[in-house]
Design a protein around this ligand. Structure first.
Ligand code: AMP
Ligand code: MG
Length: 416
């Protein structure tokens, strides 16, 4: 078993090295457009026909020959109307106009549409055009947006609102997307009770299962909450075995140096291979990364913020890989520090901070909190200020880096 303390970078590299083994072997499934939101496309989507599929009127008005109305005002013979969904039957000749609605096909012979606002209907079959139009004006030619066979979406693109519109337009009622990994969440600790309970002296309520549940969901996984395990070998064995049926198992608590931190001995018994068990970071030092067959296992330190940070740094890249996204890019932004920060741990620190848009730069304000158990303070933050291990102090006004929480990520994620 590896007992060295890894730097955050080396630990992430180790996770990413394993992610590479997964890349290319992710599961794929087919879902409907409505089921596809936030999923990642696993196929190349092409257009089945030109778009627009016919020369389309962009206005309500009259289809005309632009040459006829150069000397507007001019009168034209109105030969009927064409509505969206219709197909005009006869070509338009010089001296004629055809009333047309937005989205209707422009008839053969016509090369422009005069907006209804620029016409005057004189009789049923006579209109006056008050303003000239250029050839092509208010007409979207067939295939002017995209043509049949054009690639619209490539694998790796996350489906959001306009992607859904593209799928529908392309006739992709069903789309192939990467499978979402099932992520077991196992809280451990004799002291834990559920949020519905009134804790006895010495007990606390389990909060990690709930924050992890949310983190898994936001990262695109399917969270599965397992029954909390006591700090006993039989209970841990049973629950960890259960958890190993999931694609990924997150165990919270029980991985520090305490006498009843028994998670790692159980990993060893069950043949779970540990790749690292200690990372030089604050919070989150006793973070364990392991594999068992084709399953992935993380032991996350029990303190709520330690669990949270370790998830963002190490679990999120794996869940991204499962979904066909590049794992490597951490959503980091730079901004100006608003108050001095002193960090004595000598480890890389990830401190709750609030990022706001200042004038021209992002402004980063550390949030007051009382350490890795304090979710209340941390919940005021929208990111984590990164204090490099070699920096003992960051000055006010310095340009620093912040790891954004998931909410802000999509804004930063580059379109593929
Ligand atoms: P451990 O890593 O098991 O030593 O736990 C470290 C600290 O985190 C202890 O104070 C635990 O009571 C607390 N803790 C462990 N698991 C949870 C949990 N699921 N929810 C909230 N606090 C926890
Ligand atoms: Mg514990």
């Amino acid at each position: 078993m590896e007992s060295a303390v890894l730097s955050v970078q080396s630990a992430r590299d180790e996770v990413l090295r394993h992610c590479q083994k997964l890349a290319g072997n992710q599961g794929i499934e087919t879902v409907s457009i409505l089921e596809s939101f936030q999923r990642v496309i696993a196929e190349t989507v092409t257009l089945d026909r030109d778009h627009p599929p016919f020369a389309r009127s962009m206005r309500d008005g009259y289809a005309v020959q632009a040459e006829d109305v150069g000397g507007a005002p001019v009168s034209l013979r109105c030969i009927g109307e064409v509505r969206a969904g219709d197909t005009p039957q006869v070509p338009l000749k010089s001296g004629e106009a055809l009333q047309i609605m937005t989205g209707a096909p422009v008839p053969e012979g016509a090369n422009a549409v005069v907006m209804v606002e620029h016409t005057d209907r004189q009789t049923d079959n006579q209109i006056q055009v008050l303003k000239s139009v250029r050839a092509g004006e208010n007409v979207a030619p067939q295939g002017s947006e995209r043509q049949a066979g054009d690639v619209l979406l490539r694998p790796g693109r996350r489906i959001s609102t306009l992607e859904a519109a593209i799928l529908a337009t392309a006739g992709k009622a069903d789309v192939r997307v990467y499978r979402r990994p099932v992520v077991g969440v196992l809280a451990t600790g004799d002291e834990l009770v559920g949020p519905e309970s009134v804790p006895r002296a010495g007990q606390i309520r389990n909060s990690n299962s709930f924050s992890l549940y949310g983190q898994v969901l936001k990262s695109g996984g399917i969270p599965l909450l397992l029954e909390t395990a006591k700090d006993t070998l039989p209970d841990l064995r049973r629950q960890i075995r259960r958890g190993l049926e999931c694609d990924v198992l997150l165990v919270s608590g029980g991985v520090s140096m305490g006498k009843y931190d028994l998670v790692e001995p159980v990993f060893e018994e069950l043949g779970v291979v540990v790749h690292f068990e200690s990372v030089s970071m604050r919070p989150g030092k006793p973070t364990v990364f392991a594999t068992w067959k084709d399953r992935w296992v993380f032991g996350l330190p029990g303190n709520p913020l330690s669990t949270f940070v370790a998830f963002e740094l190490f679990v999120n890249p794996l869940l991204r890989t499962f979904q066909g996204l590049p794992p490597a890019d951490l959503p980091v932004v730079k901004g100006r520090l608003q108050s001095e920060v002193v960090e004595r741990s000598g480890r890389s620190a990830f401190l709750p901070a609030h990022v706001t848009c200042g004038s021209g730069t992002l402004e980063i304000s550390p949030v007051s909190w009382r350490g890795s158990a304090d979710v209340f303070g941390a919940a005021e933050a929208n990111g984590l200020l990164i204090v490099p291990s070699e920096a003992a102090r960051l000055e006010r006004g310095e340009i620093v880096e912040v790891l954004l929480f998931e909410e802000l990520r999509y804004a930063k994620e580059a379109r593929l």
